[in-house]
Structures are given as structure tokens and as C-alpha cells.
Write a protein that binds this ligand. Sequence first.
Ligand code: SF4
Length: 259
Amino acid sequence: MYGNQITLVRAIHVTKLPVIEMFSSVQGEGPLVGRRQIFLRLAGCNLACNYCDTPFAPTASCNVETAPGSETFTLWDNPIDAQQVVDCVQGWLEGLPQAHHSFSITGGEPLLHFDALTQWLPLLSQLLPIQLETNGTLTESLRSVLPWLRWVVMDFKLESQTGEPTPWSDHRQFLQLASQVNCCVKIVVGVETSIEELQCAADIVADVARHVPVILQPRTIDGSCSVAGAQLIAWQGVLSRAGLDVRVIPQTHCYLAVL
Ligand code: SF4
């Protein structure tokens, strides 16, 4: 039902969700970089990364673009009703047929809301296919929503960047499940990152799901890539020796100056 064929999608008695924002933009990172997506950012997170620049604390109201890509917003009261989102997105898709590639369900950590997502995703997936962006720690929550996901972008959270011990066994378990669909592992790296950490990440991917692409994403500081290109290329070379598909992709939305 994607594209021009928009038919009525109805949500009946679906649990409401705490939303931070909903807008239309170009995906700035990961395997779908450059794709136009509708971003639905949910509140709350189970981690506390040092470098986090994403507002995820629940708020009384959320920001919703008045028109897709306009970067002007209106406020909706939280928590949000699924039908409100469906009606709004249907209007966007009718106004801009073929422009949007997919939804990005992001956070915070969207899997904290797996229960409500089992009701929301069947509705949203009738409008556009769904990419989930997750910190890769809540495996059983992923299991509940996996049938409605086209892509899973999971992080490996390195201690050198987050300031917290890397949850290696959680990431391993999560990857085992996520690799049943189109999955990629994203690793945010910085000047503090050690080759030992990267090797450990590579060993897990090679062991669990060697076919899954690994994206090294240099940390963005003040709108710029914080790691020298030569260093990124060196790390790419080391990890590739494990037989992995390793890509270097910085965050691009800062260069485009879009959301
Ligand atoms: S997992 Fe993501 S949203 Fe949560 S604290 Fe870390 S960077 Fe922020």
C-alpha cells in the first residue's frame, strides 16, 4: 500500500505513546543515508551515553512538523494517539507522493515502548516500511516487534564514547535476533576509541552474523567529524581483516543543515 495508493488506516483502541517529535527529513546516517524518511522520536532511554545530544526526556507536548520538511512545528499533547499520527502522515504522503522512503522509529530507546509498538507498527507499516534505530540492548522487546521491521540499525556502545561499560553480551544476543532481518551495526567512534574495543566488536559480528554490515560513525563535535580520516581508514582496514563489510559513514545531516 506504499506510494500513491493511500487507503484509510484506522487505529482502534491503540495505546498512546510519549513522542518527542515527528518530522520529515533526509536520513543523515547509517545504511539508509540520503533516504527521505518520516522520523518518529519516542521519549525515554535505558542508557546514559556521555555523547548523547538527543533530547529524550518525556515532555508534556511534542513537536510535529506543520508540513513535511518545513522545519516549522506545532505542538501536540503527549501521550499521542496512533490515529493522530496516521492521519497526519497520510496527508503528508498524499501531498508528496513517492517522496518518502520509510519511517525511522528512533529515540531515546524506542524498544522501551515495545508493548505499544506492537499495536502501532502494524498501522504505520501500512503507510511506509519501517526502520528501527536502537541501542541494541533490549532483545526480548525486539522479538515482540520484529515482524513489522524492514531494517534494524543497532548500536554497539563503546565504553570509550559512552563512559559506561560496553554491554557486550546484550549486543551479542540482540544481534543474533536482529540479523534475521536487514540489520546493520553502527559503532560511534572517537579519538579515545581503542583498537581492542573495535576488535571485540568485530569478533562478535564475525561470530554471530558475518554478513551484517558494520558502520564506523565518527563522533560529530560542534558540527564536524572529530576523527581524522586516516585513522578511520586504518580502523576500517583492521576490521575488514575479520571478513566483515565495514563502512565509514559520518553523520551527514549537519553538512546539509537539516534536522
Ligand atoms: S542510547 Fe542513544 S538516546 Fe540513549 S543515551 Fe545513548 S545516545 Fe542518548
